[in-house]
Write a protein that binds this ligand. Structure first.
Ligand SMILES: NC(=O)C1=CN([C@@H]2O[C@H](COP(=O)(O)OP(=O)(O)OC[C@H]3O[C@@H](n4cnc5c(N)ncnc54)[C@H](OP(=O)(O)O)[C@@H]3O)[C@@H](O)[C@H]2O)C=CC1
Ligand SMILES: N[C@@H](CC=O)C(=O)O
Ligand code: NA
Length: 435
């Protein structure tokens, strides 16, 4: 069974989406059931970073959303129009829709949801918030049993990238914004990022899901980062804070219907979990009852991460189509069942490479360190650092960190060390070092 995808847009996100769909190997087997049928763009002459049959490309986007062969429409052209109308037309034509368009979903999500319900199709938008981080689906499903109290997010990659570089390099945001645009993080009009509008779109979407109600987009209090200067960033640092553009949705304690909803630059204490979310990364901190705090963290923008979210939504729809197809009727949902036929081969531990931390007590006499060095050298083991920590009862405590070495070679060297009783009194501890 093959499901056909109509892709509207082949810019940053569209290109990433096409790359995944054209290279399904070693991904979820459902991706093998998906095929790009048509791709809608504005200009046919632009060079493209993906190889698609020329006949695939068209500037006639209406023809894609009404093409009877297409099952799923992916909208990644951005902007309000014609994106909104194309989504509605696709729905009316009985197609499922996947979109990354937070501007459209935050403003017209209710109209779109009504139309989708009437037509009996799905509209999914995981890519619209937090780029590649699964945020929408966890809020709807895995965290759905919780009574959500607060959703606090760093949900604009461009401004987080700018603020992080302002903090690490000093300087104002204009030249750094140029880099964010080149990296494909920023919106076509980066005002939406810098002035907090993009984050406001996203928190409106999250609040609606977290608190189970419609949100009027214009109700989100919004302040961007334009007025945050290099001096503010520096003073904040001196006081033990970092400045982040936070989007906050909070249920008022005494109310089931009233919530707070705002986006503004905020001084975040350095020990807060959101303080270490840097560069283009986003994070959404969810506080709920009974789960407590959960933080969803990862790349919030860019070609690959955003495409990952798009294709995961397409795959979720393919799973439902798969179950509805007459040949497969009564099969379980392929996303909820694991039926693997082959075992994976696990590499033997002795072949794995890692760095090691070693603490040992050695005799305090000349030539010991040279002898240890010989043993390590014979096993291809080079040292990153060696520190003598202290001396007591004629024993010196040495702490060693090795460079990467095969586990098997390290263990052989360790056996010889243990047996070198003339030099080594005892091995106090051996730990593996990450990275
Ligand atoms: N970039 C990112 O990191 C993220 C983006 N998003 C969202 O994804 C969507 C797409 O963003 P992005 O890929 O960055 O945008 P780009 O500007 O890179 O790409 C837009 C694409 O849509 C096509 N297009 C635009 N308008 C029309 C039109 N009227 N008719 C036909 N084709 C059109 C363009 O065609 P052509 O190539 O011919 O110019 C281009 O291929 C937006 O909604 C954005 O908010 C969400 C998360 C992250
Ligand atoms: N411009 C947005 C792109 C993803 O939504 C951002 O910078 O986060
Ligand atoms: Na996401």
């Amino acid at each position: 069974m093959v499901f056909k995808v109509g892709l509207l847009g082949l810019g940053t996100v569209g290109t990433g989406t096409a790359k995944i769909l054209l290279d399904a190997a070693r991904r979820h087997p459902l991706l093998e059931t998906l095929e790009i049928h048509k791709v809608g763009v504005r200009s046919l002459d632009k060079p493209r970073a993906v190889d698609l049959p020329e006949a695939c490309l068209t500037t006639d986007l209406e023809a894609i959303v009404t093409d009877p062969d297409i099952d799923i429409v992916v909208e990644v052209i951005g902007g309000l129009e014609p994106a909104r109308s194309l989504i509605l037309e696709a729905i009316e034509d009985g197609k499922h829709v996947v979109t990354a368009n937070k501007a459209v979903i935050s403003r017209y999500g209710n109209e779109i949801a009504e139309a989708a319900k009437k037509a009996g199709v799905y509209v999914l938008y995981e890519a619209a918030v937090g780029g590649g981080i699964p945020v929408i689906q966890p809020l709807q499903q895995a965290l759905g049993v919780n009574r959500i109290e607060t959703v606090t997010g760093i949900i604009n990659g461009t401004t987080n990238y700018i603020l992080t570089r302002m903090e690490s390099e000093g300087g104002d945001f204009a030249p750094i914004l140029d880099d964010a645009q080149k990296l494909g993080y920023a919106e076509a009009d980066p005002t939406a990022d810098v002035d907090g509008l993009d984050a406001a779109d996203k928190i409106a979407i999250l609040a609606s899901i977290a608190f189970g109600g419609k949100i009027r987009r214009e109700d989100v209090f919004t302040e961007g980062i334009r007025n945050v200067s290099a001096s503010d960033v520096n003073y904040a640092k001196t006081l033990g804070f970092v400045i982040k553009l936070l989007a906050i949705a909070k249920r008022n304690d005494d109310s089931d219907t009233t919530i707070q909803l705002r986006v503004h630059p905020t001084l975040v204490p350095l020990n807060h979990p959101l303080a270490s979310v840097n560069d283009v990364n986003n994070a959404v901190l969810v506080e709920g009852d009974p789960i407590g705090r959960v933080m969803l963290y990862g790349p919030g923008a860019g070609e690959g991460p955003t495409a990952s979210a798009i294709v995961s939504d397409v795959m979720a729809i393919a799973a439902t189509l798969h179950m509805e197809s007459p040949a497969e009727e009564k099969l379980p949902n392929p996303l909820l069942s694991n039926a693997y036929s082959d075992y994976k081969t696990i590499s033997p531990m002795e072949d794995l490479e890692s760095r090691f931390y070693l603490r040992l007590m050695v005799k305090d006499k000349p030539g010991v360190i040279g002898h240890l060095g010989d043993i390590f050298g014979q096993h291809g083991l080079s040292l990153e650092s060696l520190v003598q920590i202290g001396l007591q009862d004629n024993l010196a405590e040495l702490v060693i960190v090795t460079h990467e070495v095969k586990e098997g070679d390290f263990q052989k060297a360790l056996e010889i060390l243990k047996a070198s009783s003339a030099d080594v009194d005892s091995i106090a501890s051996v730990l593996r070092v990450l990275g």
